[in-house]
Design a protein around this ligand. Structure first.
Ligand SMILES: Nc1ncnc2c1ncn2[C@@H]1O[C@H](COP(=O)(O)OP(=O)(O)OP(=O)(O)O)[C@@H](O)[C@H]1O
Length: 864
């Protein structure tokens, strides 16, 4: 090397060292922040122990000033005169009647949780906010006072499905209730409005009428009615003027706040209610209402600061909350197989083994998933498990029919997006399965909480695979706090040790400042393990915790090499590349040329040279390790968006330098920072529920999920959208029935015929869409003939076999379905000196430039 070359090399090295110094400084800052957080947490803990903070303190509920009297004191003989505040759990004049009416109309002997307090505060004309768990019995808290008080209670509810359900129950109980929604005819609506203003003027707190009277006790609307109907507002005005507007109830009140996980813009317009009807009490109900949401909610609805329901001062919004822990729910995370058919098989195996004949819900991420899973479960179970499908695009008539069949038990399992279930009152749901993680732990808690509303033992099962994070990361990347919420969900799914109840408790106490006691069993203040979730009941020897520093170090070295070569890797690709699968081929940078015609170089990694060898773990375990590294900031996501897709890749994260700055000898010698990971031990020869292999043949009756090629084609399938919106009132009124008795291919074709057709990108609607790993490459097992069974979303066209990439079966160290897309059919160029070999892609495969990846599963397109 001449002197000039040496000078250039030294300069380059110094620049690289400078870069490393910058990164190390950043790392130091992160470590300092972490240290500060840990120290603060330790101090907080110590302080809490000293002070013995009460639930109320942690809730931020103000202690009440002495010497003031609440309205209820007049009617509370026990407290009249000397008490400063009202205990709404005490006895009131109306207490006897409240209980009698509860028994007579609803058939309940006892109040649950804080129901009685809420009823009392409502009867007392107070503004209230009540947070009770899903299925806790919030409806009774306004329906019972509505019966006892004169006038009409207005209930604002997010979904027509929920309203329909409530009206059905109320009519069954003989209560005069109606709804003013798009599903009622103009004539019906006019009659209802007339009846509302003709209600006899109220003349006392307790209605003179008996429950057979014709006064409308409850009228249900969606928030859109308040926002859009002047006629309705003027009717409410008349009711308020003649004293028959008894109360405003806002169900699912967290929807008011942008910080709530179900934010609904129309809910914000409810702020007008307090302006127009300052004297009508408001009752806001929710199952999840963290302090930031609560603060927002009070502000938007123009309600006063909260006061505790056990000692409420005369002024303020009376606040009630109940323990969130439901001991009849048994949580479990099961490993999700790599291929779509195997996931279906696992779900069927699980249901048949644990819930034969039971009612359940399977939550899916996209509309397409919901349909595929519904069809799959019914077919794989040989019609033993009758399924229905629910998502935002299902027509009202179909929804109505599904509702009836679901209630009657004809349909046992509803496969649905999150559009299903908000407020659906079916007590005997014995299991809720999540086919994919939710976007947040709040959402997961809410959705899984739809099991066991009757209080009986029920299962909440999450099928989890690290790769799912790719779809979800793309989905939440534009959302406020989306990533941190997703990571919390991921931490929960990945955790193989800690009791699920404790995890929920910690999460909600941190994210919501809820007292940990909100998770204690009723009647007990101690936060103990539930003793019935998967982590509590798991045999210790089924988990292996080991030092994975060397493999982590290798992964980071490999990802750095890929980045340096201008390449990118998704989680799925990386899991293959680090194991040496598919010849280690990836798309490198272009280097030469610009514009559309530029060709990406195919490069392959020499793992021995880069990091001394491959990561010798199963694909499942590597994915799990990648998630561990992601959660600890050794890796981070990098997003790349086009007009229709958001691709999520993994790159080195801030913490990565902690490892990569070490030499291989240090890592092997156990020096420096260490990383540990826990993995589920695979039992040899045991066909577990989570790893069952699906049938792959295509004989009539066997289930073959559609293998989509839409990304290659650029076509968009409407039903592949994620149901991110659970609102759409007019579209959610009712329920569908999935036609499930057909053979799989027939079903696919029929399904395909229903799909909107979009040919080519010119016709692509401006909507985002999501592809799924299961439906793409990994949805097919090794011996399946890919070309034979490709069913496009819209059956528009076939992609010639040579456009689909060859399938490389890696030298497998496990029996999973891991494989890689690569284009190594062309002879690679002779290896360069160094770790990277490159080759030009074959001309005939150039159209596959859309399919850039080793793993074709990670392209995500979202719904608008
Ligand atoms: N005091 C009670 N005793 C027995 N059962 C009750 C009582 N109160 C309510 N329930 C029953 O509990 C179930 C759930 O009630 P409800 O629908 O009001 O729950 P919720 O809190 O509104 O749930 P979600 O948040 O899912 O809408 C219903 O089947 C209801 O009949």
């Amino acid at each position: 090397m001449d002197l000039n070359q040496r000078q250039r090399a030294l300069n380059a090295e110094i620049v690289s060292v400078d870069n490393d110094i910058l990164k190390l400084q950043e790392l130091k800052r992160t470590l300092n922040t972490e240290l500060r957080d840990v120290t603060r947490e330790l101090e907080d803990l110590a302080q809490r122990r000293v002070i013995g903070a009460t639930t109320a303190d942690l809730h931020g509920i103000s202690r009440l000033p002495k010497g003031k009297t609440g309205k209820g004191l007049e009617s509370n003989p026990m407290r009249r005169g000397e008490a400063a505040t009202v205990d709404y759990f005490a006895q009131f004049d109306w207490s006897g009647e409240l209980k009698r009416r509860m028994k007579r109309v609803f058939g309940f002997d006892q109040f649950r949780l804080c129901q009685e307090g809420i009823c009392n505060a409502s009867m007392d004309g107070r503004d209230c906010v009540a947070v009770m768990p899903t299925g806790g019995g919030k409806s009774l808290t306004y329906q019972l006072p509505a019966l006892l008080c004169s006038g009409t209670t207005l209930v604002i509810s997010p979904l027509i499905a929920l309203i329909t359900d409530q009206i059905l129950h109320l009519h069954e109980a003989g209560i005069e209730a109606c709804m003013l929604t798009g599903s009622a005819s103009k004539e019906e609506q006019r009659t209802i409005l007339q009846r509302l203003v003709q209600n006899p003027k109220a003349n006392g707190r307790i209605s003179a009428m008996d429950e057979e009277g014709k006064e409308i006790k409850l009228v249900y609307v969606t928030p859109e009615k308040i926002a859009k109907s002047k006629t309705f507002l003027s009717t409410l005005q008349k009711m308020a003027n003649n004293g028959t507007f008894a109360r405003i109830v806002i169900d699912e009140a967290h929807c008011v706040s942008q910080l709530g996980h179900d934010f609904r813009p129309d809910y914000q317009k409810l702020s007008i209610l307090r302006q127009l009807f300052p004297h009508v009490p408001i009752l806001a109900l929710s199952a999840t209402c963290p302090p930031n949401v609560l603060k927002d909610l009070l502000k938007i609805l123009k309600m006063d600061a909260i006061v505790d329901g056990k000692s409420a001062s005369a002024k303020g919004t009376v606040y009630f909350s109940s323990p969130l822990y439901r001991k009849n729910l048994h949580y479990k995370v099961l490993p999700k197989p790599a291929s779509a058919p195997a996931v279906i098989q696992s779900i069927v195996d699980y249901i048949v083994a644990n819930h034969k004949g039971h009612t359940g819900i399977v939550y899916c991420l996209s509309k397409k998933d919901a349909e595929t899973v519904a069809t799959g479960i019914q077919q794989v179970s040989g019609d033993q498990i009758r399924t229905g499908v629910y998502h935002a695009d299902i027509g009202d008539g179909e929804k109505e029919r599904l509702h009836k069949k679901w209630r009657s038990g004809e349909v046992k399992v509803v496969c649905a997006t999150i559009a299903f279930g908000l407020g659906i009152d079916k007590g005997d749901v014995r299991f809720v399965i999540h086919h994919s993680m939710s976007k947040s732990l709040d959402g997961f808690y809410q959705e899984s909480g739809r099991a066991g509303r009757d209080g009986k033992d029920s299962d909440c099962v999450l099928f989890f695979r690290g790769q799912d994070v790719t779809r979800l990361a793309a989905l939440v990347c534009g959302e406020r706090e989306g990533k941190s919420k997703l990571y919390n969900m991921l931490r929960f799914a990945q955790n193989l040790h800690e009791c699920r109840k404790i995890q929920f408790a910690k999460y909600f106490s941190a994210s919501s400042s809820l007292s940990l006691s909100a998770w204690s069993t009723e009647g007990s203040e101690t936060l103990s393990n539930c003793e019935h979730c998967d982590n509590c009941t798991r045999k210790p020897d089924t988990i292996e915790t080991k030092d994975v520093t060397l493999y982590s170090w290798r992964i980071l070295k490999i990802i750095n090499t890929i980045s340096e070569e201008g390449g990118r890797a998704t989680l799925g690709m990386l899991a293959d590349l680090v194991r040496g699968a598919g010849g280690g081929v990836f798309d490198g940078g272009t280097g030469r040329g610009k514009g559309k015609g530029k060709a990406k170089e195919k490069k392959s990694l020499d793992l021995d040279q880069i990091c001394g060898g491959k990561v010798e773990m199963t694909k499942d375990d590597v994915e799990s390790l990648l998630i561990t590294l992601l959660l600890q900031d050794y890796l981070k996501e990098e997003y790349s968006s086009t007009a229709y897709t958001i691709n999520v890749y993994l790159v080195a994260g801030t913490q990565s330098l902690r490892l990569t700055r070490l030499s291989e000898e240090d890592v092997i010698g156990g020096n420096g920072h260490r990383i540990h990971g826990s993995f589920v031990k695979k039992e040899k020869g045991r066909k577990s529920t989570g790893t069952a292999k699906a049938k792959k043949t295509t004989n009539a009756g066997d289930f073959v999920p559609p293998v989509r090629k839409s990304r290659v084609s650029g076509s968009v399938s409407k039903d592949n959208e994620i149901d991110s919106d659970v609102s759409e009132p007019s579209g959610h009124g009712n329920w569908p029935v999935n036609n499930l008795s057909r053979g799989s291919r027939e079903a696919m074709q029929t399904h395909a015929e229903r799909m909107p057709r979009h040919r080519g990108s010119a016709e692509m609607p401006k909507r985002k869409r999501m592809d799924t790993s299961e439906e793409e490459g990994e949805g097919v097992d090794g011996d399946n003939d890919l070309a034979d069974f490709i069913v496009d979303d819209d059956d528009d066209f076939e992609v010639p076999r040579d456009m689909q990439g060859q399938r490389d079966v890696p030298e497998s160290d496990d029996d999973d379905d891991s494989w890689a897309f690569s284009f190594t059919g062309e002879a690679n160029a002779a290896p360069r000196t160094g770790a990277i070999r490159s080759s030009k892609p074959a001309p005939k495969r150039q159209r596959t430039s859309d399919v850039q990846h080793v793993d074709s599963s990670d392209i995500i397109e979202l719904s608008d």
